[in-house]
Write a protein that binds this ligand. Sequence first.
Ligand SMILES: CC(C)(COP(=O)(O)OP(=O)(O)OC[C@H]1O[C@@H](n2cnc3c(N)ncnc32)[C@H](O)[C@@H]1OP(=O)(O)O)[C@@H](O)C(=O)NCCC(=O)NCCS
Length: 327
Amino acid sequence: MRTTLDETAAPSVTDGDITVASLEESDLAAADAVLRLAFGTALGLPEPQRFAEGTELVRTRFRADPARAFKAEAGSELVGCVFVSRWGSYSLFGPLAVRPDYWDRGVGRLLWEACLPPLERWRAAHTALFTRAEPKNVHLYQKLGFWPGSLTALTGKQLDVVPSPVVSHPFSELPAGAREGALADCRLLTDALYPGLDLEQEIRSVDLQALGDTILLDDEGGICGFAVCHAGAGSEAGPGACYLKFATVRHGEGTPQRFERLLDACEGYAAARGLTRLLAGVNTGRHEAYRSLLDRGHRAFAFGVAMHRPNEPGYDRPGVYTVDDGR
Ligand SMILES: CC(C)(COP(=O)(O)OP(=O)(O)OC[C@H]1O[C@@H](n2cnc3c(N)ncnc32)[C@H](O)[C@@H]1OP(=O)(O)O)[C@@H](O)C(=O)NCCC(=O)NCCS
């Protein structure tokens, strides 16, 4: 294997007939097709290439930060892709997808190796991922240093009743001069969950790409909660849905009530856009948050497992009122 890696150059790794390099804008259609085919095949869909139709899975992540997306090629054909997200000191690995006719030839492992230089550059203290708890996936990720934590529930709720309005404001409507302050307030909330956890990149990406909005909840102490919402077709939510990429509140006295207010505000945001389903994933290790979602009428439509590197729970622990599924 040959590896050329430095601080600035795009990593390029060659192993046999497979080359791994940075994903380019011109690769997006091929990467999208490989990702849908891989997941659709793994799930046994009758038309695997139609997996998650209408939901944007590749372009949103690539445009958030092209430096965190990689491809595997056999000759000039794209046969795999991977994304890694930087949430401050916390990183997310995935989605990872390999074209089915290339499975079990080490392409997944090679794509992971391409992600190591950015993770090292970012000094990621913790990397987490979401995966189906299949023997193959768990085996592969354990080989890469990830260990299984708690189940993660992907949940949805039909929005039949519009909740009474909650005072909140969208990030997109903040004047330019107020944005840095809002991002710093959000950082304070997440830093209390895990030192250095920071959702700035997701908040900015949703804003810049107009994928939805970030709902900001206030109280007398300033921003006391926020929710990064993807809205509708062309975002990670998909047609008719609002997807909570990440949502949390200030922890301390009154946390459960604040969490309810934030979720009410998210439902209101979705309903105002004519969206009829709220999608929210939560790790069951955050027991109270999981229970709250169920009590509000969310039902799980799939379970996966969170895997962690190193083998620590991150912020998947009781008392953490935070929504995100690590996808
Ligand atoms: C998961 C996925 C990315 C793996 O890609 P890949 O290129 O096949 O992975 P690799 O070849 O590097 O490694 C696969 C490992 O699983 C092992 N494996 C294969 N089938 C297995 C099974 N049924 N049980 C246990 N291990 C299995 C292989 O032997 C190999 O391990 P080894 O190197 O120790 O022999 C690919 O299967 C895929 O695209 N799946 C659909 C999308 C998905 O589920 N992505 C992951 C979640 S984000």
